[in-house]
Design a binder for this molecule. Structure first.
Ligand SMILES: [Zn+2]
Ligand SMILES: [Zn+2]
Length: 74
């Protein structure tokens, strides 16, 4: 991970600046933007991932759930 990857892509909070280099590194999560159910092959492609903080990550999954009310998979 580079320093630029320690910024949440959604709220732009720099966790390295906010919590220090050690904590900031562990705080961010990877969110996969591809809908795996619509993808026939499971290929890990880093361009399909967003670096995102836990708060925004939860919100993104809430949005995905709202778009697909029958889908309870997280
Ligand atoms: Zn965020
Ligand atoms: Zn996710």
């Amino acid at each position: 991970m580079t320093d630029s990857n320690k910024i949440c892509e959604f709220c732009n909070v720099n966790f390295k600046n906010k919590y220090g280099p050690e904590l900031g590194e562990f705080f961010l999560e990877l969110h996969e933007t591809l809908d795996l159910k619509k993808t026939k092959y499971k290929k890990i492609d880093i361009s399909n991932f967003k670096v995102i903080c836990p708060n925004c990550h939860k919100i993104e999954h809430e949005k995905m759930r709202m778009r697909k009310p029958m889908d309870n998979n997280v």
